[in-house]
Design a protein around this ligand. Structure first.
Ligand code: PMP
Length: 406
């Protein structure tokens, strides 16, 4: 009966949503429909309960429906969601960001992380008078044209269908090593290097030690701006983000996710002289920029995460999970790797077929990952930890059975 509800929704979705979904990372098969979430858990239309490690694609460091955020949003929605005018919350929100991330001397709000990347690169191009952007292979910055280019299997740049060739031509995609980056900057025609300072996919492919600093130096030597995409890492890996951990100061930083408290939002922060261009001729309107509702959620979140305690709780939880998952793979005899950046855990099984089945196998046992990464929050509990360890063990055992076996 409840299973029928999921199937019915899936049939309706196939008719009105391309591919039956709204985001490639949510294209689960079999489909999953969630109706409610609280803390570390979410509940599906078929009545099942999942321990959630997708955590709003990394946005929910404080878990689902945190009481302080719910209260802030509830209060604000009743006071209006758009004033068509400036409001005090946008100032407080920017002050909190600047206070936690000193390189963000000024802040301009956007409506998503994608838009933050668009705006950051526009500012960099306007400031330098150069058009080329250097992007590191596999580093993700949302879906705008300039950053929807990577290297294909033969090492040639390949853009998403729909990206004009003329636009793709001004994105120089390089491998994340110092020689390639230096070579790409040598002609002094590059406006900015943009990268995930964690390495691609929030630490899924970590940067070599010292590379971020070497890129900073190469940028300084060639008049190139350095743009850190901290949409995922910002306020999560530390109150000051990955730049605080690495002690490398970018010229511009892109924010999203945690800073918007689980509502849609983003921002660019950076050097005052660069950000000042936004007070002049650079075009950047946007109906929902710094909208009061997102601002209320962002402020409530940043007030809580500013002291570092939630990050420490989430990191500690992830550390335990990392050790348990490694032990399970070892005990069950599945070759693979488990590694971690702060509160973000990554799993890679050596066998591609097993790896491909892992997230479905875990979901069958009541644990939901974002692909094969787990975002831990400050509200995951010891009970979650126990249940997750057992679920991981069962899932691993199930991977030893041939696929399709019951
Ligand atoms: N940058 C990074 C590093 C991201 O992971 C994402 C989204 N996952 C984005 C930018 C884009 O943000 P948004 O989805 O809010 O547009």
């Amino acid at each position: 009966m409840e299973r029928a509800r999921t199937e019915d929704l899936q049939a309706r979705a196939q008719k009105v949503l391309p591919g039956g979904n709204t985001h490639v990372a949510r294209a689960y098969s079999p489909a999953v429909y969630v109706t409610r979430a609280q803390g570390s858990r979410k509940w599906l239309v078929d009545g099942r309960e999942l321990i959630d490690y997708t955590m709003g694609h990394g946005a929910l460091l404080l878990g689902h429906a945190h009481p302080a955020i719910v209260q802030a949003v509830r209060d604000q929605v009743a006071r209006g969601t758009h004033y068509g005018a400036s409001h005090p919350l946008e100032i407080e929100w920017a002050e909190l960001i600047s206070g936690l991330v000193p390189s963000a001397e000024q802040v301009r709000f956007t409506q998503s992380g994608t838009e933050a990347a668009m705006l950051g690169l526009r500012v960099a191009r306007a400031a330098t008078g150069r058009e080329v952007v250097v992007k590191l292979h596999e580093h993700f910055h949302g879906w705008s044209d300039t950053v929807s280019v990577d290297l294909d299997a033969s090492g040639q740049p390949a853009a998403s269908p729909g990206v004009p060739a003329a636009v793709a031509a001004v994105t120089r995609v390089v491998r994340p090593d110092v020689e390639s980056i230096r070579a790409a900057l040598a002609g002094r025609d590059v406006a900015a290097v943009i990268l995930e300072p964690s390495g691609a996919h929030y630490g899924g492919i970590p940067l070599e030690d010292g590379l971020a600093l070497a890129i900073r130096t190469a940028c300084d030597e060639t008049g190139t701006l350095l743009v850190f995409d901290e949409v995922v890492t910002g306020f999560r890996v530390a109150p000051g983000g990955m730049q605080a951990t690495l002690r490398v100061r970018p010229d511009l930083t892109l924010f999203g996710k945690v800073m918007a408290g689980g509502l849609p939002g983003g921002a660019v922060g950076g050097r005052r002289d660069l950000m000042a261009l936004l007070a002049g001729r650079i075009m950047h309107p946007g109906t929902f920029n710094a909208n009061p509702l997102t601002a209320s959620a962002g402020i409530a979140t940043l007030r809580i995460v500013g002291d570092g305690a939630p990050q420490r709780a989430a990191d500690g939880y992830a550390r335990t999970l990392e050790a348990e998952w490694r032990a399970v793979l070892e005990a069950v005899g599945i070759p693979g790797r488990v590694w971690r950046l702060s509160s973000i855990l990554h799993v890679q099984l050596d066998d591609a077929e097993q790896h491909g089945r892992l997230s479905n196998a875990l979901r069958d046992q009541g644990v939901d990952l974002l692909r094969t990464s787990a975002f831990c929050s400050a509200v995951h509990s010891l009970r979650d930890l126990d249940e997750t360890a057992e679920a991981f063990r069962r899932a691993a055992v199930s991977l030893l059975q041939p696929s399709g076996a019951v």
